[in-house]
Design a protein around this ligand. Structure first.
Ligand code: NAD
Length: 438
């Protein structure tokens, strides 16, 4: 039983005792945990949605689509395939080993830590937890203190639906996370910013603990002339302004040539009006900025370019209208760091060569998006740039495909998850050789 006075060391020790009993290893235990997690999400979807509204002004539709149902789908995908994924994988044996056979098995790692951020505070905690449980681990789940309502609901609900001696929720901010990071875990899965990512990696190094760092960055959207700009604008708006722009894989900025920019500007303004109406503050589908600190940071970026649409803001309501900025200089403040809010700058470049150079001059992004009809452009972007994911025609959606690995590269992170990649991340693939004595 989890007690509220447990220290981080006691939590980890209790979970390690559970792990050592071996009870988390059978597939039956793992599927039971996944079903429990699923039941929590389906039976308490409304409670989670209410918490997400309180934390982020998230609409119920968005809460279900991007957090609750998303995680349920990820769990279902795993439940359907887990037995198959866990089968030992035979491998070829070289001739000098004669009659030997060899295969790999996936061992659970032990006790793992999942640290989640505030922007999708349910999905980004529970999807990795599902992966860790599918792999037969015990898990300490650390929700973000910046989404306090969601943190509270999950910490109350989760122990009721899963094996509470194998899964613990530890709420808290920097002191609590720091205390957790001093413990010896067998894996740390962190989602958030690169500054804390470095803190996590340093702490993990003390125990030689492997880490996955799911970080962010500026994900560009390249728009080529000659594409259907009304359709491009609709897709940019629906993905950029989701969760008021606070999405790690949101298109951060648009790269396009000057002539296309002139046509895209009114198309984006039109798409914003069609999606959120003439007063987005009144739209039930439009979210709010997580806190005043981020609000102040974001409003400080609004004069980095000419406002095409939006710009209105209200600190008391933590509201910033969906905003498009044109004629943005590459060295302007809005291009300095990941925006992580509802501001879409358009940066003009001459052509594809310049776009590729622009992308390669900067940190490797979590995602790169492109709108183009040209196969050559696709091939060049694919082979001449590096990013965590690559999306043609539709931003963000690649992360909803459970069979695709989700993760960053370089500054946008390391490691990957979703579907079978979660199982790989939270397991050790053990090599086995068997050579008969005869
Ligand atoms: P956050 O402030 O909620 O921090 C994330 C976690 O780190 C929290 O649980 C917090 O308690 C913990 N933390 C904060 N400071 C700490 C410290 N000094 N020591 C130890 N732990 C600490 O969230 P955030 O970092 O603001 O999240 C936004 C960032 O996350 C953006 O850069 C975004 O792109 C990125 N992100 C990435 C993904 C992805 O899947 N790759 C998803 C969402 C967000």
């Amino acid at each position: 039983m989890q007690s509220i006075v447990e220290t981080p060391a006691e939590v980890v020790s209790r979970l390690r005792t559970t792990f050592r009993t071996g009870r988390t290893k059978p597939t039956a235990w793992r599927t039971e945990q996944l079903r429990g997690l699923r039941a929590m999400l389906t039976e308490h979807g409304q409670d989670l949605a209410a918490a997400l509204r309180a934390d982020l002004g998230k609409s119920e539709r968005e809460a279900f689509r991007t957090e609750i149902d998303f995680t349920v789908r990820e769990i279902d995908h795993t439940l359907e395939r887990l037995t198959e994924w866990l089968r030992p994988q035979p491998v070829d044996v070289p001739g000098h080993l004669g009659s030997a056979t060899a295969w790999t098995v996936q061992d659970p790692l032990g006790v793992v830590l999942v640290i989640a951020p505030w922007n999708y505070p349910a999905q980004l905690l529970l999807a990795p937890v599902a992966g860790a449980l599918a792999a037969g681990n015990c898990v300490v789940a650390k929700p973000s203190e910046l989404a306090p309502a969601t943190s509270r609901v999950i910490s109350e609900l989760l122990p009721r639906f899963v094996d509470r001696d194998a899964v613990a929720v530890v709420e808290g901010a920097v002191p609590e996370t720091t205390a957790l990071l001093e413990q010896h875990f067998d894996h740390i899965f962190y989602t958030g910013n690169g500054t804390v990512g470095r803190i996590v990696m340093r702490a993990a190094a003390e125990h030689l603990t492997p880490v996955a760092l799911e970080l962010g960055g500026k994900s560009p959207a390249y728009v080529e002339g000659g594409t259907d700009l009304a359709a491009v604008a609709t897709r940019l708006v629906s993905t950029k302004f989701l969760n008021a722009g606070q999405t790690c894989v949101a298109p951060d900025y648009v790269l396009t040539d000057p002539a296309t920019a002139r046509e895209l500007e009114p198309a984006l303004a039109q798409a914003v009006r069609e999606t959120y109406g003439s007063d987005p503050a009144a739209s039930p589908d439009y979210g709010r900025i997580v806190n005043e600190r981020h609000f102040d940071r974001l409003t400080g970026l609004l004069d980095s370019g000419r406002i095409v649409v939006g710009g209105e803001h209200d600190r008391a309501g933590r509201y910033i209208a969906p905003t498009v900025l044109a004629g943005v200089a590459p060295d302007s403040p809005v291009m300095g760091e990941e925006i992580f809010g509802p501001i879409l700058p358009i940066v003009e470049i001459e052509n594809l060569d310049a776009a590729i150079a622009f992308i390669n001059d900067r940190d490797k992004p979590l995602a790169l998006y492109a709108f183009t009809e040209s196969g050559t452009t696709r091939d060049r972007l694919s082979s001449e740039t590096s990013s965590g994911g690559l999306g043609f025609g539709l931003p963000v959606a690649h992360l909803t495909v459970s069979d695709l690995p989700f993760g960053g590269v370089g500054e946008s992170g390391m490691g990957r998850y979703h579907g079978r990649y979660s199982l790989e991340t939270f397991s050790h693939r053990k090599a086995v050789l068997d050579k008969p004595l005869g």
